[in-house]
Design a protein around this ligand. Structure first.
Ligand code: SAM
Length: 253
């Protein structure tokens, strides 16, 4: 059973890359059902208005809750699934999108659930939209940030989330072993450096151990490079996956 991903945006063309590469192929092969909707289809005025001025004043425009309400009632109303529905609202003010969250969402899609992604623009979506759908029994609302920077709209975040989730679904990646030792996996490490042919390039050599054929040594080398790389680039990850007493000492928990 495969679930579905619905993306609502005022720029549906922005989501065209989802027709390409592995996600595009997964859709063609029926491994993943993705539908992109135009939010303006749920407007009722001649100008197809989706925004208005902010209460309290200030710069910019805010997306209207009534238009989003019509759209999301329909998009979320199409599905009645025991695997549930997640409404993802991209925002730089949200919880950080992580590999762990991608895994959770992939499990939901795999079990036949639905992800709906509401792409904001301007100053964002009226806060009552998240509040309203959070009160719906069958819907889990998650306001999600893809990083500590501000984009113009939620479409890039929707692409990021969809790709990160889709590649975890069975059959999407040709060799599932590729997913096992990746960065941000259960070991909490960044991946070790990788090399291919030629063995010598511009005076730089592939480490001898990787050409030795000794899989024990290769495994040990890779693990130590992964730890060393993580310590240098992302020491926070080592702390987060450390035993509880270390985390407590570092004040992480
Ligand atoms: N005024 C908002 C703030 O300061 O939090 C920023 C609004 S931003 C210009 C417009 C839209 O881009 C947001 O509603 C959201 O959909 C999207 N967006 C921008 N940065 C994002 C990020 N880091 N993660 C996820 N979505 C983001």
């Amino acid at each position: 059973m495969t679930g579905r991903i619905d993306i609502v945006s005022i720029f549906p063309g922005y989501l065209a890359p989802l027709e390409l590469s592995l996600v595009g192929k997964a859709r063609q092969d029926g491994l993943l059902d993705v539908t992109v909707h135009d939010l303006r289809d749920w407007t009722s005025d001649r100008h197809r208005t989706v925004d208005d001025t902010p209460f309290g004043g200030g710069a910019g425009m805010v997306m209207r809750p009534d238009v989003w309400g019509h759209a999301l009632d329909e998009v979320l109303g199409e599905q009645d699934t025991p695997a549930g529905q997640s409404l993802l609202i991209p925002t730089p003010a949200g919880e950080r999108f992580t590999q762990a969250m991608a895994e959770e969402l992939a499990l939901q899609v795999c079990a036949g659930g639905q992800l709906a992604i509401a792409c904001g623009r301007y100053e964002g979506i009226d806060a009552r939209v998240a509040e309203h759908y959070a009160e719906q029994e069958h819907v889990t609302v998650r306001e999600v940030s893809i990083g500590d920077y501000v984009l113009n709209g939620g479409e890039v975040a929707a692409l990021v989330i969809t790709e990160a989730v889709a590649r975890l679904l069975p059959g999407v990646i040709g060799n599932p072993q590729s997913l096992v030792e990746e960065s941000h996996g259960s070991a909490g490490l960044l991946e070790y450096p990788v090399y291919t042919k030629p063995p010598s390039w511009r005076g730089l050599e592939v480490p001898e151990v990787l050409r030795s054929g000794d899989h024990g040594r290769i495994g040990t080398w890779r693990r130590s490079r992964a730890v060393e790389r993580t310590a240098r680039r992302r020491p926070d990850l080592l702390v987060r996956h450390a035993p509880p007493q270390v985390r407590l000492a570092k004040g992480v928990d």
